[in-house]
Ligand binder design. Structure first.
Ligand code: 5GP
Length: 182
């Protein structure tokens, strides 16, 4: 059972999500002409997005993953990140593109980009599927944005609540009743 019953509104369906991956993939293909590209997928939330996106990039790429969690309550991150799995690759001199599910307060990506910059990549850019600017706490901008969304807690297409809902093939707004007892 996939728990579709807990979704109060579908925000982006499967066709829209494929379309946005195609648009971003074409842009990235153009921008990295003649350059090597190392994609860094951020686990677990970006798993579905990164696998769809990479197939729309018509370049020779490498891929690596990091698992990062930010301490906070169930629906909000904090300023502290914990690296549960680091990269296997040395990124010095490489063109690195971080692929993340959602930019919300910006705390996670702010810390992560600072951490990776210290490893001296040739370039460091950020691609997010979703941008929720209403809750930003850090001045950080993504170079590639799939959709800008209003302030709602969304799940599906890799995004979770309490490690569930990641396998929904669409992105939906989670009914507030699911987390209101937090
Ligand atoms: P930030 O550090 O920018 O506040 O949040 C980044 C992380 O918080 C994301 O990678 C994601 O894991 C989580 N997050 C923020 N907003 C949402 C949301 O609407 N839904 C889900 N499932 N996770 C979110």
């Amino acid at each position: 059972m996939r728990m579709d019953k807990d979704i109060c509104k579908v925000m982006f369906n499967e066709v829209e999500l494929q379309g946005v991956c195609k648009r971003l993939g074409e842009q990235i293909t153009k921008d990295y002409e003649g350059k090597d590209l190392l994609i860094v997928g951020i686990l677990n939330g970006a798993i579905v997005f990164v696998t769809d996106l990479m197939r729309q990039i018509d370049r020779q790429i490498n891929i690596d993953f990091m698992s990062v969690s930010s301490y906070g309550n169930g629906t909000t991150s904090s300023g502290n990140i914990h690296v549960a799995k680091d990269l296997n690759s040395d990124i010095a001199g490489r063109n690195v593109l971080i692929v993340e599910d959602i930019l919300d307060t910006g705390n996670t990506l702010h810390q992560l980009t600072n951490m990776l910059k210290e490893r001296n990549p040739a370039s460091l850019k950020v691609c997010v599927l979703l941008d929720k600017p209403a809750r930003r706490e850090q001045e950080i901008y993504a170079d590639y944005v799939g959709y800008t969304i209003p302030d709602a807690f969304v799940v599906g297409y890799g995004l979770d609540y309490a490690e569930e809902y990641r396998n929904l093939p669409y992105i939906g707004v989670l009914s507030p009743s699911v987390y209101s007892h937090e």
